[in-house]
Ligand binder design. Structure first.
Ligand SMILES: Nc1ncnc2c1ncn2[C@@H]1O[C@H](COP(=O)(O)OP(=O)(O)OP(=O)(O)O)[C@@H](O)[C@H]1O
Ligand SMILES: [Mg+2]
Length: 375
């Protein structure tokens, strides 16, 4: 880990100069809608994917749409892998999708580029109607706008690293000189310089996934989709790759949709997390929102393994000041993480005031802090 991290840091410095050229088209895109509001990178509206005979009848027939997964299978031999989902992903957001196995995560993400054809609903990519796209527009979308990184890397074993990375550029018809130049640039960016001419089976799992990442970045997509990209990696390499994603996101600012089973990974990478069960949305929110106000026991089960004090913010544990309570303690903002406030709160004689923009939102005292820290 230490060697890998050091290597990553060195390469990060070495590649900083590259990022001027790599921080690509997204910056030039007009992400402002006509109303001046920011246009979502991805909009999903009432999306359904039903597998089975007569699947297309399910979303539009209220009696069928209301069936439980069990009833839908018994009566119609259908599975609703995605059930009436609606959400937006903001430009530059890292949007995480979580849920138990079979909850519909992969199906949802594959629907976004129509690798799986949705049964019903709407999908917009930067305002463009994906379901209305003809074959040419769809090809363009997959080659230029959205790239995917898979759990099992999906590298071509008989091609060297550089040709694996350049593969998508070759398919879309970029010149040999251009694709070689671009492939070298992204190989450098993901810390694989010197391995251009290796074959995939000569690389470790972590390095192979860096190739997968470079290949996804090569076409300068605006959106990156990740389907459990690190779950085949051992834990230390996994941490290293998470840091790599954070660094790349900082440098390139791409919109990312990231599927994971691992809540600590979700909390580390995600701006917001969508939790799915049986194809449906159970909750969508930031880490502190999910932990501070879980929608139900399914979400509670997901978050219970996490040490809350590292994620939960003061906003979620503060209480209103009591009548007559002395308000001369120190002040903190509502988004300070509990872990960082423990000392100040416990050492202060009076409750800490939670203040935002000059407004007192509430107070946090020893009791509130200890309840979280003691679990
Ligand atoms: N081609 C298919 N035909 C029929 N059912 C399918 C098909 N693909 C997926 N399903 C079903 O849809 C549901 C959602 O599957 P999906 O692969 O999207 O789940 P997932 O959340 O990605 O699971 P995992 O965490 O195991 O990857 C499952 O019940 C699955 O059996
Ligand atoms: Mg899956």
């Amino acid at each position: 880990m230490t060697t890998m991290t050091r290597q990553t840091q060195q390469e990060s410095t070495a590649t900083e100069s590259l990022t001027g050229t790599l921080k690509d088209s997204q910056d030039n895109q007009d992400s402002q809608g006509s109303q001046g509001a920011v246009q979502p990178a991805i909009s999903v509206r009432n999306l359904w994917k039903v597998f089975g005979p007569n699947a297309e009848n399910v979303p539009g027939t209220p009696e069928l749409a209301a069936l439980s997964p069990r009833e839908l299978m018994d009566q119609e031999s259908c599975v609703a892998a995605v059930r009436d989902l609606s959400f937006d992903v903001a430009p530059g957001e890292v949007f995480v999708i979580m849920g138990l196995s079979g909850s519909g995560k992969s199906t949802l993400v594959r629907c976004l580029t129509r690798l799986i054809e949705p049964t019903n609903g709407e999908i917009f990519l930067q305002g463009e109607d994906v379901l209305a796209a003809n074959e040419k527009a769809l090809r363009d979308l997959r080659r230029r706008k959205i790239s995917m990184v898979f759990q099992h890397f999906g590298l071509l074993p008989h091609r060297q690293v550089i040709d694996n990375v350049a593969y998508g550029l070759e398919i879309r018809g970029d010149s040999k000189a251009e694709r070689t130049r671009r492939a070298r640039e992204v190989i450098d960016l993901v810390g694989l310089s010197g391995n251009e001419h290796s074959y995939p089976d000569q690389l470790s799992g972590g390095m192979q996934q860096r190739v997968g990442l470079a290949r996804a970045l090569a076409g300068k997509p605006e959106v990156l989709l990740f389907d459990e990209p690190f779950s085949a990696l051992d834990p230390l390499i996994r941490l290293d790759m998470q840091n790599e994603i954070i660094r790349l996101h900082k440098e390139l600012g791409k919109t990312m949709v990231f599927i994971t089973h691992d809540l600590s990974e979700a909390l580390k990478l995600g701006d917001r997390i969508l939790i799915m069960r049986d194809g449906e949305m159970v909750q969508i929110g930031t880490g502190p929102e999910l932990i501070g106000a879980p929608a139900d026991n399914y979400v509670r089960d997901f978050v219970k393994e996490i040490p809350f004090s590292g994620v939960l913010t003061l906003r979620w544990i503060m209480r209103p000041a009591k009548p007559g309570e002395l308000l001369d303690g120190p002040e903190l903002g509502p988004d300070v993480v509990v872990h960082e406030a423990v000392r100040l709160v416990l050492e202060s004689d009076h409750s800490v005031k939670i203040v935002e923009n000059g407004v007192l939102l509430g107070v946090v005292g020893n009791h509130e802090i200890l309840r979280v820290v003691a679990g």
